[in-house]
Design a protein around this ligand. Sequence first.
Ligand SMILES: Nc1ncnc2c1ncn2[C@@H]1O[C@H](COP(=O)(O)OP(=O)(O)OP(=O)(O)O)[C@@H](O)[C@H]1O
Length: 923
Amino acid sequence: MSRRDERRKKVEDSFEEFRLAVAAALGNASREHRELAEERARDMFEVMVRGGGIDRALDDPLLKKALAKEEFSSTVAQAMLDHVNAFRTWSERGPDQLSSLVREVSPAAASWPHESWLGDAGNADGSSVPELWRIGSGVVRSAPEQRPFPVAVPLLDQAHLHVSSTPDSRHLADGLVENLLLRVLSYFQPGLVHVHVWDVNQLTGSLPGLYPLTRAGLLTVHDPSRLHEVLDELSDHIRRVHTSVLVDGHLSVRAVSGTGRRTEPWRIAVLFGNRNALKEEQQQQLQRVARNGLACGIVLVIVDIPVTVNSPIETVTLKADQTATCTMTGKHVTVALDPPFPRTLVPRACATIAEKREERRKRFGTFGDLLPEHLWMESSSAGVVAPVGYQDGEPVSLGLGDTSPHALIGGPSGSGKTNFLYAMIGSLAARYSPDELELYVLDFKEGVSFAQFAPGRKDPSWLPHARLVGVNVNTDREFGVALLKFLADEMRRRADAAKQHEVTKLEQLRAEDPHGRWPRIVAVIDEFQYLFGERDQVTQQATQLLEDVARRGRSQGIHLVLCSQDVAGIEGFWGKSAIFEQFTVRVALPKARRVLAEPNNDAAVELPRWHAVVNHESGVRHGNEVARIPDSTSKDTFDFLQRELFRRRRPELAEPILFDGSKVPALHGVQDFRLLHPGDVTPTVLLGQVIDVAGSAAKVRLARTPGRNVAVVGSLVQDAAAVLGAAAISLGRQHHPAEATFTLCCLVDEAEPAAQKLAKQLNTAGHTVDVVRMDGIRELLDRTAKRLTETITGTASAPPQPHYLVLYAVDAAHTLLEQKDPATRASGLDSLRTVLKHGPESRTHVLGWWRGVQRLKSSLPPGVYDDIGAWVAFDVQGKELISFGPEQVMAWSPRPRRGLYFDRFEHSRPQVVIPFDTGEDIS
Ligand SMILES: Nc1ncnc2c1ncn2[C@@H]1O[C@H](COP(=O)(O)OP(=O)(O)OP(=O)(O)O)[C@@H](O)[C@H]1O
């Protein structure tokens, strides 16, 4: 081979080598490319399959071919495996768990098949409420195994329901609503659930199976053109619940009822629309009802009305393919709604519910039914509320709190006011312990209406909440003023305490001072028009105090309940709008006038016997609730409860103060008397009982200063003897035997028995008593005057000892005392004046009775009356007393067994006193 050929071959070989190398490289690249493309296709397939879900991919016709390919088989297998694994926990446990959950929270009609309950009326009293209500069954479509589970939605107190459907699935919506309503209606006692239906399209026709409920008032079908009326009614209801049921600070009816019987029925309002939006105004009103309704027991079921509401709401969306989804289970669960309950059974079931409801309605709600299962469990922190009667078998409550502070009750005589008060007081007293609620009750009319609350001879029990019981107050209008004054003082005390804790209301004060005792106070004044009976100072004072307490009592937990046969004529009351505006709670008994907002609200006119209109909206018509009031005054009603409450009271609780205007108070029963004991330097005389809340005595301190004598002025021996007797006996109690001298001067025969009795009583207590009559008076006064003169001139041999001259009818001796001693030219009158003038400094005090003002004046130096520092006047006109007291005495008009009392040293204004019964002895 030539060299040339050799070179050529080399070149060719090299090319061949190169070609082979390129070919190999290209072959490799192409294989890799293919492999990559395949891998990528598998990845994309996997993404597609997993992204949409293997379950869907298997059903997807577009993917059918790809799924069959050999190269994707492992991807499909893996995805299926992963799918099964991902759902393993759910598949194994999910449906069962949900089934048992629904079984647990949705008992009986709330979820069970209709065969077990439809046709029976429920007996649940609302103390516990199913949390969920069954609507159908659901499956998780994407799960490898489609095991159905029950689907249930929250409803009462928890959420509204919004259902939207298509024209093809609307019938399902109707069925859903009907089933749901039947479940709820059949679960509870008939009457606890009321249904309102409004359908934009039809006057009648929606939910026809439920129509038998109408006759029992459980179903109201509203006019299609009057949605606003339905919404108004629901809004009114919300308002009423807020003012009458949620008064004690609870946020919802459910919270008020606690674990007890539901006091307020649920109202389910079903609104059927046509997928068009509501008018703006109605939309807003609906939103308001939705927002505030749940707390007040209102549930909205809104079908095919586009709404947005700012409150819990469940949504069920029905599709044209007859399946549904709901917010409770989310979009991945397909819900198959339960089929409608059998057509024939539904009306029958509703008829049974209606019948039972009628039975309940006619049931006689007794006083016992007003009482809670457990006594004294409620807190009055934000108010008090208690049922007082029944409307259609359901309780009607009365509440007093910050929003409804005071109540005005009216009804003519015999209409049942007293009975109503007993129902109210009993119902309250059973719920709130005496630490939560105190009662002050006052009855102006004659009779024993409130005497039951205080210990009596026949029934020694008393109502532990009662702190003050005033009966037969009658003409002692001052007692009404005293009560109002006490309340005003207590109000200020509470306001001061609140201020110290930097709060303003009782509720806050109780939170800040949890160990303090701050009960709510309810003060009941029956026949309160007596307070305003005359145009005088008492009326003026009563008006002022009432205005003060009415306006400011609410925040300090002080509530007034004023009752009257006829409030219409009480000028002093109605003339002051600031007062009566505060009386937002009105109770009108049959034929009551003016209690409700007339002329538009005449509900009381037609009211049957033993019924009352209870209104928490200042008497305007929409606040009316008509209640039948149970008999609460017969034997074994209130008295029975009181004995039970009495048994439960704390042993140290004091019994209520009883003021009985028809009774003479016993000196020995008065706390002020019991507290007297020997040893006080300045003795105190008790003259009678003043008209105050504490039942205090009228006291005069016999200090050793001028003027410390007591005069009783009046013509009747009985009144005078009672005052002088009480004064002397109370003095006797403050001296050891023989320490003081009592000289009784009986100057008229008619006083003899009283003087004898007093002498005996003082003797029994170990005191020295001299009894002097007309023949000894001159000598007594001369002798006493002489001793006193010696004492003040310093010539007396012994220090002055207490000496009390009790003079009956001093003026009878006037002529005798006027006579002058022929030797000294001094008269007995001079001696009397010396005793009055200088006695007190030397522990000699006169307790004297004069039978008239003029006669008293005659015993004193002309125009100088200072030596009588304290007096009690009986049948004497006020204007006669002006020389002895302040201007206010002018207003005094005498009345039987009542005196006007004034102590120049202690008082700025006179007080009314009731003379004591001094009893037979003082031991
Ligand atoms: N709800 C009731 N059920 C049965 N009896 C009642 C009822 N309410 C009142 N009574 C009876 O009617 C009578 C009069 O009632 P009550 O004393 O309460 O009326 P009142 O309006 O207070 O009358 P007055 O002002 O004359 O005292 C009483 O005998 C009472 O027992």
